[in-house]
Design a protein around this ligand. Structure first.
Ligand SMILES: [Zn+2]
Length: 373
């Protein structure tokens, strides 16, 4: 499908929030009068707004373009093991509504999860003008079907559920770490970004951007199920997965529950919430003890991350998730640098990421590509 200048302009605005007229003339290589023609059409149909910048120095006023605030309402949904989150955005990506529902064992699975998804969408004040819905799952996405051990999903098709509630919206399904990488790219740029999400599970995504017009390459890496050794059978069926020896599950086992096994832990995770919190904050009062407890985790992660750096040569490494802290990142950096030739730098993002925002961007991109011009 050929990308028209109309779509190119909208994609620019989706990724950059605000673009100057002159930038568009230069990047699209079109004449000022053609641009004026296109912009007027887009404006007339309420796709964009055109603003004039007040300049202190005399000269021609600079014009910039933004998406029309009220015509690009979208929803980002995040489905994790602990909770289901939803945010409604306008065309400026301001958060209009934010809803979250805690999930328990009885809410997950192919049969139960649709009820909770419907419930959260029905809580939105108005569904009528929503143009795009992006849903991010902790799990594997193959051809719009979700497979997730921790959410107990197999061949799960969320599109059908959303379609019954918001029939006209463009719907996309992505992995949650993919959504984090998308957000990182939109907000902070970068060409090759490696995002590692660490908590009770370990996931990763390698995001390689080919600019605004081409679909970026996003490789979801199931880091938590890479072989690390040991004899414990993982909930995924394999033996010796990284998650069995280096995740917050493994740390918690060492910290408090010697006989814990990963299958039991994953299906009853909500029962361990307080213990996990306590453990994740241990470094604040008992630094030495925390360093000892997390030593294996840092050793294992150092091996896997330095290998990934060799393989993918990322220019930016982001560490996100509820299991990480500044202390965690510093220790991991130290460990990796001690086994590498060059010091490496990891950006701590913790829970700052807005998975809903990343999911929403993904759905709006698809929506723009589907528009008829
Ligand atoms: Zn596994």
């Amino acid at each position: 499908m050929k990308l028209t200048n109309y779509k190119k302009i909208l994609l620019n605005l989706l990724f950059k929030e605000k673009v100057y007229r002159n930038e568009l003339i230069n990047t699209l290589k079109i004449t000022p009068s053609s641009l004026t023609y296109i912009l007027n059409n887009l404006k007339k149909n309420k796709y964009i707004s055109i603003f004039q910048e007040n300049q202190r120095i005399a000269g021609r006023p600079k014009h910039f373009v933004k998406l029309y605030k009220d015509n690009w309402k979208s929803i980002g949904v995040r489905v994790g093991r602990e909770s289901l989150g939803l945010t409604v955005f306008n065309g400026y990506f301001e958060e209009l509504e934010k809803i979250s529902i805690k999930l328990t064992k009885s809410d997950i699975g192919n049969e139960n999860l649709p009820k909770v998804i419907k419930k959260i969408i029905n809580k939105i004040s108005s569904k009528e003008d929503i143009v795009a819905v992006g849903i991010a799952f902790s799990g594997k996405i193959i051809k719009n079907k979700v497979y997730s051990n921790i959410l107990n999903l197999k061949d799960f098709e969320p599109k059908n559920i959303i379609k019954t509630l918001i029939p006209n919206a463009t719907i996309t399904i992505i992995n949650d770490v993919e959504a984090i990488a998308t957000e990182e790219f939109v907000k902070h740029g970068g060409k090759k970004i490696l995002v590692i999400n660490y908590g009770t599970g370990i996931g990763a995504c390698f995001y390689e951007s080919h600019g605004i017009y081409e679909k970026s390459e996003r490789k979801v890496i199931e880091l938590g199920h890479f072989h690390a050794g040991g004899s414990e059978r993982c909930y995924c069926g394999l033996v010796g997965c990284l998650e069995t020896v280096a995740s917050d599950y493994a740390n918690l086992k060492k910290y408090k529950y010697k006989n814990l096994n990963i299958k039991e832990f994953i299906s009853n995770q909500e029962n361990y919430e307080n213990d996990l919190n306590e453990m994740r904050n241990l470094y604040k009062s008992y630094r030495k003890k925390a360093e000892e407890l997390y030593k294996d985790t840092f050793d294992y992660l150092a091996i896997f991350i330095s290998n990934m750096i060799k393989l993918l040569t990322p220019e930016k490494i982001i560490l996100s998730g509820e299991g990480v802290s500044k202390w965690f990142v510093q220790n991991l950096e130290k460990k990796i640098s001690s086994i590498s030739l060059n010091p490496i730098s990891i950006t701590f993002s913790g829970l700052r990421n807005n998975i809903e925002y990343g999911a929403s961007i993904d759905a709006l991109r698809e929506h723009i590509l589907k528009l008829k011009f």
